[in-house]
Design a protein around this ligand. Structure first.
Ligand SMILES: NC(=O)c1ccc[n+]([C@@H]2O[C@H](COP(=O)([O-])OP(=O)(O)OC[C@H]3O[C@@H](n4cnc5c(N)ncnc54)[C@H](OP(=O)(O)O)[C@@H]3O)[C@@H](O)[C@H]2O)c1
Length: 342
């Protein structure tokens, strides 16, 4: 099959492209060219800015794609561009969404007075009623977090005639090339020889639905072999959800770190070490609808996936953004002060 990926060179999209090539599909990625096609032998590219997506319509049509996979739809504008470009001629559209569409996200981020939501979240769990879930963290209108909201994008794509859209709601994805550094944020402390990793009590118990990128990409590739499915919306997630303490323990065990994970009651910690979130709201994901509908099973166990990520992080220590580095520096200093004063 010919597959056009909008995005596809950074993390999840990269793994999907790589999996599709391995499975014998023909893949073209559309991106700006600020990233390179490294490790994607056989993939072709069209360079452009997603803002001008519809001006590439004829070039996309010349490829005769059987499916388009959108990896970079964040805003209503992005949704409208997808419709302008692909409605009426593309056989199938896959839209990568997020489990941040669920109301549990608003409870976790203290953006609502709604009670703690039942988990694990299914595709029928209530959606957020607040809009722009990350705007309060944005530095200004230029920041991607300002207009980000996948709910309206999902709605407009699913309602659009002439567009056969399947929405995948993703969990927290980790693995090689992860730029949100979900393993490295803990591994970096272990690699630096810290003796203690400190976790607030509520955070240590908080359950977070994660997906190893190899499993997430495999699920999307598997889906392409299915002609008919029972739903237009699927959650994806690995079957086992760990608490934060268990997550750090797993990383420590595989990394060979023998320090202490110190759990401290929240009231004994300063604000930066407690975090702004409501950790009474777990964020675990039920992906059984997808498994049942398509016969998919995740190939990588938790242990295998963390092992692969650690190996990759050690071989290529991740690049940390200036903003992230600054946040970690503040957290590390607060942690050191607290440990020194206890
Ligand atoms: N990571 C997670 O935990 C997680 C969780 C939930 C949902 N998701 C969703 O998963 C999707 C995949 O994200 P990903 O970053 O891993 O995907 P990706 O497709 O591997 O990387 C992003 C791609 O978009 C291109 N790009 C970025 N801005 C562009 C623009 N303005 N115009 C054209 N191309 C542009 C980048 O290349 P250039 O820089 O070369 O343009 C790159 O190819 C996203 O929709 C995200 O919301 C991720």
């Amino acid at each position: 099959m010919r597959v056009l990926i909008i995005g596809g060179t950074r993390f999840i999209g990269w793994h999907i492209a790589s999996g599709l090539i391995r499975a014998g599909h023909s893949v073209c990625v559309f991106h700006r060219g600020s990233t390179r096609l490294e490790g994607l032998d056989g993939v072709s590219e069209i360079l452009g800015e997603k803002e001008n997506l519809s001006s590439y319509r004829d070039r996309f049509r010349d490829l005769h794609p059987g499916v388009v996979i959108d990896c970079i739809g964040y805003t209503e504008t992005d949704g409208r561009k997808l419709i302008e470009t692909f409605a009426g001629w593309i056989p199938r559209l896959i839209f990568l969404s997020s489990c941040d569409v669920y109301r549990a996200h608003a409870v976790l981020h203290r953006a609502t007075d709604d009670p703690v939501q039942a988990t694990p979240l299914t595709e029928d769990s209530p959606l957020r009623t607040n809009v722009y879930p990350y705007r309060k963290y944005a530095s200004g209108p230029e920041d991607w977090r300002y207009d980000y909201d996948k709910i309206p994008v999902e709605r407009m794509l699913l309602a659009q005639s002439g567009l056969d859209t399947t929405v995948f709601r993703l969990p927290a994805v980790h693995g090689p090339r992860d730029y949100q550094l979900r393993v490295w944020e803990h591994l970096r402390k272990m690699e630096a020889g810290r003796k203690v990793i400190l976790l607030s009590e509520t955070f240590s118990k908080w359950l977070w639905g994660r997906g190893y990128v190899g499993n997430i990409a495999a699920a999307i590739c598997h889906f392409l072999s299915k002609e008919t499915v029972s739903s237009a919306v699927f959650n994806l997630s690995d079957p086992v959800a760990l608490s934060q303490k268990e997550w750090v323990e797993q990383i420590a065990a595989i990394a060979g770190w023998t320090g202490e994970i110190l759990i401290v009651p929240d009231e004994f910690l300063p604000d930066p070490l407690r975090g702004p979130y409501n950790f009474a709201q777990n964020w675990t994901i039920d992906a059984s609808r997808f498994r049942t509908a398509t016969g998919f099973t995740e190939a990588f166990t938790l242990e295998q996936s963390i092992t692969k990520t650690i190996a990759s992080n050690r071989a290529n220590p991740p690049t940390v953004s200036v903003e992230q580095a600054e946040r970690w520096r503040e957290d590390d200093e607060a942690e050191e002060r607290w440990l020194a004063g206890r």
